[in-house]
Design a binder for this molecule. Structure first.
Ligand code: AMP
Length: 427
């Protein structure tokens, strides 16, 4: 068994077998031996690459092989959903061990969290804000922490958690192992490394700005006011099993969800104005296919590990290219396949699309839905990546003769696995 060869405790290997993890993924192959040796690690890996197990397994191994009571490991994560998922990986892989984990997140009772800690938890998975609240109330202390993991560090920075992270790290013993994982490593992340880590070993599994190979990416130009209609038309014309729709704002998410419901779809909504129980219910309904569509803000981009999401739809183009990478990483998990569809209003969002295309070094094919009544579409550019070469405006055409000879384009056709594409136009 490959995992045994990496040096992991046999009880963990049994847990992995029960999870049907046959062999380590590349980041696990690289990170686990280094972490088992006790080094600090700075890991950069694509979403869906298996990084949770890469840090969770060595951590469980250390706790198992040097049994001591008390809180010994702290995993900081940006969102409540991610906390739940990290806890699940710890629980599943540690099912044949006595090690317990407590989750410390906002939106749920302090008392239950305290009970989990006094009940013998050795690992804490926490979002920074709630953890600091507990620490300020002196509910427990972190004086015995031996392992710190900063998961999705770039996201925690984006969410403004840097001061909280500093305050928490100041309460940890200096003698500890620190692992930092991030899908993108930029200067700010390096700054955390400089104060939180000692001589970290660097692991880079994929360039931070890559999208998993199994993801087909397509752009649908459409004016903002028609995005809802286009989305419904897309849903009707394509076989989509399980769809995650991203909007930029909470209000936008509610509006999109309402429109989809009016069209007869079963929809859940996930954003930070929802209560924790609403968020959990939406996630569970989506995970168990009780709803076909989940509409979410970027809060969900990092935290969702639902197998078989067939389509990610960017209802709004994300403002930061990194967010695009994370959003579309929700499909094609664990080296599967999926489609990422982006609706772009050319008059306001082209600049963001171009930034994403530069970032991931891809030019998205542009697609149209035949028979869709495109209105007021400003002159947009059918020749991919060339904003200087505008094509003719579909607004001037009848729906049945939307661009006939664009430079690069796709007809959108119905298919079972994503979109089957028929190229057209000049080659
Ligand atoms: P992560 O990047 O940690 O969110 O993991 C992405 C997905 O890969 C999750 O659904 C994991 O359950 C799955 N996964 C992680 N490691 C393995 C493995 N060694 N074999 C099979 N699936 C895995």
């Amino acid at each position: 068994m490959f995992f045994l060869k990496l040096g992991l405790h046999p009880d963990l290997v049994r847990g992995l077998k029960a999870m049907n993890f046959q062999e380590p993924m590349p980041i696990q192959k690289e990170a686990i031996p280094i972490a088992l040796e006790g080094h600090d690690i700075m890991g950069c890996a694509q979403t869906g690459s298996g990084k949770t197990a890469a840090f969770a397994l060595p951590l469980l191994h250390h706790l198992l092989t040097t049994p001591r009571p008390g809180l010994r490991a702290l995993i900081l994560v940006p969102t409540r959903e991610l906390a739940a998922q990290v806890e699940k990986v710890l629980r599943d892989s540690g099912r044949f061990t006595p090690i317990k984990t407590a989750v410390i997140i906002g939106g749920v009772s302090f008392q239950n969290q305290l009970r989990a800690i006094t009940g013998g938890a050795q690992i804490l998975v926490a979002t920074p804000g709630r953890l600091l609240d507990h620490l300020r109330q002196r509910n427990f202390n972190l004086g015995r922490i031996e392992h710190l993991v900063l998961d999705e560090a770039d996201r925690m920075l984006d969410m403004g958690f840097l001061p909280d992270i500093r305050a928490i790290i100041n309460q940890l013993p200096r003698e500890r192992q620190t692992q930092l994982f991030s899908a993108t490593l930029h200067n700010e992340v390096e700054k955390i490394a400089s104060f939180a880590m000692r001589n970290p070993r660097r692991i880079e599994i994929a360039r931070p700005s890559t999208v998993a190979e199994g993801i087909s990416q397509i752009l649908y130009p459409v004016v903002q006011g028609q995005k809802n209609d286009l989305l419904v038309a897309l849903l009707k014309s394509t076989e989509m099993r399980s769809i995650l729709v991203f909007t930029r704002t909470k209000h936008g998410a509610d509006k999109v969800a309402r429109r989809l419901e009016q069209n007869g779809y079963k929809v859940g909504v996930l954003h930070s104005n929802k209560s924790q129980s609403q968020r959990t219910t939406a996630m569970e309904n989506f995970r168990h296919n009780r709803i076909q569509i989940l509409v979410a803000t970027d809060i969900a981009a990092r935290g969702i590990d639902v197998h078989n999401i067939s389509h990610v739809v960017n209802f709004d183009v994300p403002r930061f290219p990194e967010d695009y990478v994370h959003r579309v990483g929700r499909t094609a998990r664990a080296y599967g396949v999926g489609d990422a569809l982006t609706l772009m209003d050319p008059s306001t969002e082209l600049q963001f699309v171009k930034a994403i295309e530069r970032f991931i070094n891809v030019v998205f094919p542009r697609a149209v839905i035949p028979n869709f009544q495109y209105q007021n579409l400003p002159r947009f550019f059918w020749k991919s990546g060339d904003s200087q070469t505008p094509g003719a405006s579909p607004a001037q055409r009848t729906p049945s003769n939307v661009p006939t000879r664009p430079s690069v384009g796709l007809w959108h056709t119905r298919s079972t696995q994503g979109l089957r594409r028929r190229r057209f136009g000049r080659r």
